[in-house]
Design a protein around this ligand. Structure first.
Ligand SMILES: Cc1cc2nc3c(=O)[nH]c(=O)nc-3n(C[C@H](O)[C@H](O)[C@H](O)COP(=O)(O)O)c2cc1C
Length: 459
C-alpha cells in the first residue's frame, strides 16, 4: 500500500516570508503576525486539516546583501520585521492537541546550555510536540548584531554545529535518568540525586560542566529537522536529522537528493527510513483549473521583485544589484559564497529551473519562494502532490503560502479531502508526541548518535 503523505505548513514570524509583496494583497492578513489570534487561528485551521506540523522558519539578521543595504528588505517587509518564533508555540499549543511545531533556531549565537532548557520547556508545554530545525544562519548582519565582524565560514559552521549537538544530546538524553523523578511526597523527595548527572563536555568549540536544569520531557530531544544540502550539510544531516527539507523545482534533482541522503543515512549506521524527507510547493487552489489560474495571475500582480531580490541576495550571499536583471542565472553558477551554498546550486545550476534570467528568477521566487507552484482544483493539486511523492521518494511536502490564510484554508478545504479519498493521507491523528506520530516512538532511535549520551554520563 502507498504510504501516507506528510504535510507541514511553512511560515515565519513575519509579514513577508517567501511571497514578496503579497502582504499588500487585499485578502492577505500576514500583517497581523504580531497578534496571538493570527497564529492561533492558523494552528486551528492546520489541525482541522490534520497537518503534521507548522514549520516556522527563522533567520537572524536583516537581508542587507542586496545593494549593500537593508532598504529593499525594509520597504518590502522581506523577512523584516521578524519576531521570535519560539514565543508563539505555547499559545498555539493551547488551542490544539496534535499539531506539531517545527521551530527554526540558529545555534550559532546561543549557548547550548540555555537553548537546551528552552527546548525542553517547550516540549513540556506542548506535551511532546516540539521540533527543532537546526540551522547555523547565513547572514553576516546576524553576526554583526552579536558583536562579531562576520559569520564563520560555511563549513566551519557545520563543524561547530556537530560539537553543539554533542552538548545538547548529553543534556537532553543523559543528564536525567528516566527514574530520576521520584516525586515521593511522604518521604519528601522529588528527585533522586544519584540519577541526575553532570554533563562534562570539552569539545573544539563548546565546553560545559553542568547538569540539565529540566526534568525529562516527553520526547527529551525535540524532533530534529535540518535542511543542509551542501556536501558538509548532507554529512551533518545524515548523522543528526530525522526530518529533512529541500527547496528545489526539479523532481529529478530531488530524486537524486533523496537517494543520496538515504544512502548516507545507512553509512552513518541508520536506516534509510530514519529520515523523513519533505519537498516544498506552493498550492494555488480554485473550484476549476481556470479559476485557480486566474487566482495565481491575480497574486502575481502583487509580487515585488525588489523584495524577492533582497531575499535571494541574502540567501545566496550574492549582491544581485551588481547585475543587469537580464543576466542569465547560469552566470552566477561558479560563485563560492559563505551563505547557503545550496541556494546557489538549486537557483543557478540545477537543471529544470523554470527561469533563465535573474529577473525571471526573482519573479518566479516572488510567490512561495524557490518552490514549484501547483495550480488547479483540489483534485489536481492532490494528484500533483502524489505524483511528486511517487516520482521522487520524498515522504511529504512543506507547503509555502501565497496569501495568508487563504492558501492554507483552500488546501484544508479542497486538497486534504482529495488526498484522503485517494488513501494517501490520514483521516485521524495518531495519539502521542510528534515523534510518535512520525516514527512510532517518542524518543530518538537507539541507532541515532544521541543515544550514546544516554549511558555515557552514568559512569
Ligand atoms: C525548506 C527550507 C527551510 C529553511 N529554513 C531556514 C531558516 O528558517 N533559517 C535558516 O537560517 N536557514 C534555513 N534554511 C537553509 C538551510 O538551513 C541550509 O542552509 C540550506 O538548505 C543550504 O544548505 P547548506 O548550508 O548545506 O548549503 C532552509 C532551507 C530549506 C530548504
Amino acid at each position: 500500500m502507498s504510504r501516507e503523505i506528510l504535510l507541514n505548513a511553512f511560515h515565519m514570524n513575519c509579514i513577508g516570508h517567501q511571497s514578496h509583496g503579497l502582504w499588500t494583497h487585499p485578502r492577505d492578513t500576514a500583517r497581523h503576525y504580531n497578534t496571538l489570534s493570527y497564529w492561533c487561528d492558523l494552528a486551528k485551521t492546520l489541525e482541522r486539516g490534520l497537518f503534521d506540523g507548522l514549520f516556522l522558519a527563522d533567520v537572524l539578521g536583516v537581508y542587507d546583501v542586496y545593494g549593500n543595504s537593508p532598504d529593499a528588505a525594509l520597504r518590502n517587509a522581506t523577512q523584516v520585521p521578524v519576531n521570535d518564533p519560539l514565543m508563539l508555540v505555547p499559545a498555539m499549543a493551547m488551542v490544539t492537541e496534535h499539531l506539531g511545531f517545527g521551530v527554526t533556531c540558529t545555534l550559532s549565537y546561543e549557548p547550548p546550555y540555555t537553548f537546551a532548557r528552552r527546548m525542553t520547556t517547550l516540549d513540556h508545554l506542548t506535551n511532546g510536540r516540539i521540533g527543532w530545525n537546526i540551522v547555523t544562519g547565513y547572514l553576516n548582519s546576524a553576526a554583526q548584531g552579536m558583536g562579531q565582524q562576520g559569520q564563520e565560514s560555511h563549513d566551519r559552521r557545520y563543524e561547530m554545529a556537530e560539537d553543539y549537538m554533542q552538548v545538547v544530546y548529553k543534556l537532553w538524553e543523559g543528564s536525567w535518568e528516566d527514574g530520576a523523578v521520584v516525586e515521593d511526597r511522604s518521604a519528601g523527595i522529588f528527585a533522586d540525586p544519584a540519577k541526575v548527572h553532570r554533563v562534562h563536555h570539552d569539545g573544539p568549540f563548546y565546553q560545559l560542566d553542568a547538569m540539565h536544569l529540566c526534568e525529562p520531557s516527553p520526547q527529551r530531544t525535540p524532533l530534529l529537522y535540518q535542511a543542509g544540502a551542501s556536501p558538509k550539510g548532507r554529512e551533518f544531516a545524515a548523522r543528526n536529522a530525522e526530518c529533512l527539507f529541500i527547496a528545489a523545482t526539479s523532481p529529478e534533482w530531488i530524486k537524486g537528493y533523496v537517494a543520496d541522503m538515504r544512502t548516507r543515512a545507512v553509512a552513518a549506521g541508520r536506516r534509510p527510513d530514519d529520515l523523513k524527507i519533505f519537498a516544498i510547493c506552493t498550492p494555488v487552489v480554485g473550484a476549476t483549473k481556470a479559476e485557480a489560474e486566474a487566482k495565481l495571475a491575480d497574486y502575481r500582480c502583487y509580487v515585488r521583485t525588489e523584495g524577492a531580490l533582497a531575499q535571494l541576495s541574502g540567501a545566496m550571499g550574492v549582491n544581485l544589484a551588481d547585475y543587469d536583471l537580464d543576466t542569465p542565472v547560469s552566470a552566477l553558477g561558479n560563485l563560492e559564497t559563505d551563505a547557503t551554498q545550496t541556494a546557489l546550486e538549486t537557483l543557478a545550476r540545477a537543471s529544470g529551473n523554470p527561469y533563465s534570467t535573474i529577473r525571471q528568477m526573482a519573479e518566479f521566487a516572488g510567490i512561495g519562494g524557490r518552490t514549484p507552484i501547483f495550480t488547479g482544483t483540489g483534485a489536481d493539486v492532490a494528484e500533483e502532490i502524489i505524483s511528486w511523492v511517487d516520482r521522487t521518494g520524498v515522504d511529504g511536502f512543506n507547503l509555502a503560502y501565497a496569501v495568508m490564510p487563504e492558501t492554507f484554508e483552500d488546501f484544508v478545504n479542497h486538497v486534504v479531502p482529495e488526498l484522503q479519498t485517494r488513501g494517501r493521507y490520514k483521516t485521524a491523528y495518531t495519539p502521542g508526541p510528534l515523534r510518535t506520530k512520525l516514527f512510532g516512538r517518542a524518543r530518538l532511535a537507539d541507532n541515532h548518535p544521541a543515544a550514546a549520551a544516554r549511558t555515557s554520563l552514568k559512569i
